[in-house]
Design a protein around this ligand. Structure first.
Ligand code: 5AD
Ligand code: FES
Length: 370
């Protein structure tokens, strides 16, 4: 196992059998060696800095019916809400005042937020916050819509692929939702020039280690700038309510493998990880994660964006979360960085990548040249 960690560190890739062995190993010493190699890689590139993105969950209306998700269309018990443009801008204003320079505008696939309305929204945010990065996370769309939003000023797009294998994808989604379209979206997004985030849940219903290996191989092919992984957590109003939650240790192992596959990758320590274990996000960072996404949504709506049960931070104001995160991360020797924090590694558009994250790459990233 020690050999596999060293090999992954050196070559940044492993074969399928090797990946499976690495992820499947449960020896505490081996896991510790994997986590510390990933933590060293994080420290080498990013030092003690963690990028902070302000998350605005602006609608929980969704036309999709993913079987695992609490805000899926078929959940009649979900209390629906939608922020209008002024309310979204007010979230940005609060976030800006707190120092955030990246806004993640995330929602379900809400038919009332069509391509034109999103485009106008992006233009407004871009006009008001020229120095901020705008990330969209609005699900699947046609290439033309993605292009319009990019032209309007969006820089990044987060779309988890959820699972890279057809068999497993079909166990998590109804027939109308296809893996082929999800993958098409991701390749379009990258091709258009977005800094692109993929990702998946660990321990989702019926997932095997082979499925996770497929996810990692898919990511190797896509070369996204960001990968979000978090444990699956059951939601009481879904058919998977009695399924076990994903393992924290396995999630950490996936984070560590991703860090070693691409030392420059942006990897969030997710809210789901913080929900699955009280110190989940800290442990995520110690296993290689380098991004935090505190919530900027109005507290009165937070509870309704319930993808899974017992989500943390639903009662806290954005400022409280920032303060809490800053204290938590200080306990593991890290500090919050509020700047744009663009990707500076291999997957970047038009660049060679591979450089260390230095003050000069950070400056160029801010100036938009990488
Ligand atoms: N548990 C954990 N993560 C979930 N997501 C959706 N439902 C759940 C759940 N029950 C994740 C999906 C989605 C992201 C926004 O949240 O991966 O892409
Ligand atoms: Fe939200 Fe700790 S991060 S309360």
């Amino acid at each position: 196992m020690r050999d596999l960690v060293e090999k992954l560190e050196k070559n940044r890739t492993l074969g399928r059998t090797e990946l499976k062995a690495l992820l499947g190993g449960t020896d505490a010493g081996d896991r510790e060696r994997l986590f510390s190699a990933a933590n060293r890689a994080r420290l080498r590139i990013f030092g003690d800095g963690l990028f902070v993105r302000g998350l605005i969950e602006f609608t929980n209306h969704c036309k999709n019916d993913c079987y695992y998700c609490g805000i899926r269309r078929g959940n009649g018990r979900a209390v629906r809400y939608r922020l209008d443009e002024d309310e979204i801008l007010a979230c940005c204003e609060r976030g800006y005042a707190l120092g955030f320079r990246t806004f993640v505008i995330q929602g379900g696939e809400d038919p009332l937020y069509g391509a034109a309305r999103v485009e106008a929204l992006v233009r407004r945010v871009r006009g008001a916050y020229g120095d901020c990065a705008i990330s969209l996370s609005l699900g699947e769309a046609d290439r033309g819509s993605y292009e319009r939003w990019f032209e309007a000023g969006a820089d990044r797009y987060l779309l988890r692929h959820e699972t890279a294998g057809e068999r497993h994808y079909a166990m998590l989604h109804p027939r109308g939702q296809t893996l082929a379209n999800r993958k098409r979206c991701l390749f379009d997004l990258k091709d258009i020039g977005y800094q692109t985030g993929a990702g998946f849940m660990v321990g989702s219903p019926f997932q095997t280690l082979d499925d996770i290996v497929e996810d990692l191989k898919f990511i190797e092919g896509l070369r996204p700038h960001m990968v979000g992984v978090g444990p699956f957590i059951p939601h009481a109003d879904t058919r998977y309510r009695d399924m076990p939650a994903g393992g924290v240790e396995l999630t950490l192992a996936v984070i560590a493998v991703l860090r070693l596959m691409d030392p420059w990758l942006l990897i969030p320590a997710t809210t789901a990880l913080g929900t699955a274990a009280p110190d989940g996000r800290e442990r995520g960072v110690m296993a290689g994660a380098n991004v935090l996404m505190p919530n900027l949504s109005p507290p009165e709506h937070r509870r309704k964006y319930a993808l899974y049960d017992n989500k943390i931070c639903v009662g806290e104001e954005a400022a409280e979360c920032r303060g809490c995160l800053s204290l938590r991360m200080a306990t593991i020797g890290c500090r919050l960085l509020c700047d744009r924090g663009d990707y500076a590694g291999f997957g970047q558009q038009g660049g060679k990548g591979g450089q260390e994250w230095t003050a000069s790459t950070a400056r160029r990233a801010r100036a938009g040249s990488i």
